[in-house]
Design a protein around this ligand. Structure first.
Ligand code: GTP
Ligand code: MG
Ligand code: ZN
Length: 387
């Protein structure tokens, strides 16, 4: 890592650092104290005397995600975050296979205020073990391969250090919405991970109905798997795609993400539950994103269903780059800064008219760029015969 990527950060001590008198939760108190001790023993500089001027300077890595503080690898062995608990605690698995409940060292939490969680499933961390299966996360490695979303003005990193995102939709119950797939594809492409499109519950529809939409993604070069967690169709292929890889499984509630993982590996015994008969929507059965080791090799992160994937930090000009089929046409637009929405001489729109670009995909593009979820463009509905 080159020197110029490092930056000095001044962080203020938060107020509750001084509140040490808590008696209800002894474990927590022990962890808190050990954290304070660790803080005092590092090279961080504490300046100022009064409560208002208490800051310290740390050197942080400037790369995305990750909070780098030098730690002694012998005292703080590497581990993988399985799931986070609230903003500041997590469960990790060490390389030796031991699972520990950890707190996250306070200084790491202050490094990236735009993040919702300091550690997320899939993070590579260094952990200082404490007694009785507990520990303190001392360092978070920079992330590569992230799936993230925008949540309340903050970045919610759903999963880190994964190679692929299995985007699960259901053929029915809830109905298939290609727009959801397209948003996930943008998020995955932006995060540097390979999208896999997985259409579950194929037992509920006539397979021929799914061919047009499956064909669109297959033609774009994405792996498309048609599966039934219930009947087992396609499960072997999904298992083969997961084997030996680091994957995150994501999609709306009730589409069958956890059921699919059970079908791939019954020992995972993920909790599942029916789709609400009233709303046709899932019941948000999975509450916490959790990384699970697979017997067939690799890891998979099961995630809670999300209603709408708001994209994090994607500017409109960037979106065309994530619609890979637009690329051959973009250079043909009359205006170099063409938004492909309304300009004359737009080669992308001409390609849509010529059926070289799917109308459904173009509709997704316009909705993402304009931020207009309600707008109903021709071709935005599934199975309307004009994809
Ligand atoms: N017919 C049919 N039903 C399925 C299939 N896969 C899952 N289901 C049902 O769909 C419902 C929701 O499944 P879950 O696995 O809990 O869905 P999920 O995506 O994990 O949902 P959240 O955890 O809420 O995000 C359950 O009642 C499953 O039995 C399938 O292939 N066919
Ligand atoms: Mg689930
Ligand atoms: Zn254009």
């Amino acid at each position: 890592m080159s020197r110029q990527h490092k930056r000095k950060i001044r962080v203020a001590f938060s107020k509750n650092r001084k509140n040490r008198a808590r008696s209800q939760d002894i474990t927590r108190e022990i962890l808190r104290d050990s954290e304070l001790l660790e803080d005092a023993s590092t090279s961080e500089r504490i300046s100022g005397k009064g409560a208002l001027t208490r800051h310290r300077t740390i050197i942080a890595d400037g790369s995305a995600g990750g909070a780098l503080i030098n730690v002694d690898p012998a005292a703080c062995p590497p581990a993988r975050v399985l799931y986070s608990i609230g903003a500041n605690r997590c469960r990790v698995r060490t390389e030796a296979g031991e699972e520990l409940d950890c707190t996250v060292r306070r200084v790491l939490r202050t490094l990236d205020r735009s993040a919702r969680n300091t550690v997320v499933p899939g993070d590579h961390v260094s952990v200082r073990p404490l007694e009785s299966q507990t520990g303190v996360v001392e360092r978070v490695e920079p992330r590569h391969g992230v799936l993230s979303r925008h949540s309340g003005r903050k970045e919610h990193v759903i999963a880190a250090n994964v190679d692929q995102a299995v985007i699960v939709v259901s053929a029915a119950e809830p109905p298939l919405k290609p727009g959801v797939v397209d948003r996930f594809i943008v998020s995955a492409e932006r995060g540097g991970i390979r999208p896999v499109v997985c259409i579950n519950k194929v037992d509920l529809v006539d397979a021929a109905q799914l061919q047009p939409v499956a064909g669109i993604y297959a033609q774009l070069g994405y792996d498309v798997v048609l599966v039934s967690a219930l009947h087992g169709a396609g499960v072997a292929r999904l298992r083969a795609l997961l084997r030996g890889r680091q994957s995150v499984v994501s999609g709306q509630s009730g589409v069958g993400k956890s059921s699919l993982l059970n079908a791939v590996e019954p020992l995972l015994a993920r909790h599942t539950s029916g789709v609400s008969a009233d709303s046709g929507k899932g019941r948000h059965t999975t509450r916490v994103a959790e990384m699970l080791p697979l017997d067939c090799g690799g890891w998979v992160i099961d995630t809670p269903g999300i209603r709408q994937l708001e994209l994090w930090d994607v500017i409109p000009e960037e979106v065309e780059g994530y619609f890979r089929e637009f690329r051959p046409f973009v250079a043909g637009c009359k205006f170099p800064d063409c938004s492909h929405l309304h300009e004359t001489g737009c080669a992308v729109r001409a390609a849509v008219d010529d059926r070289l670009i799917s109308r459904m995909r173009y509709a997704s593009y316009t909705r993402i760029v304009t931020g207009d979820e309600q707008r109903r463009l021709p071709g935005s509905e599934f199975l309307d015969g004009a994809l």
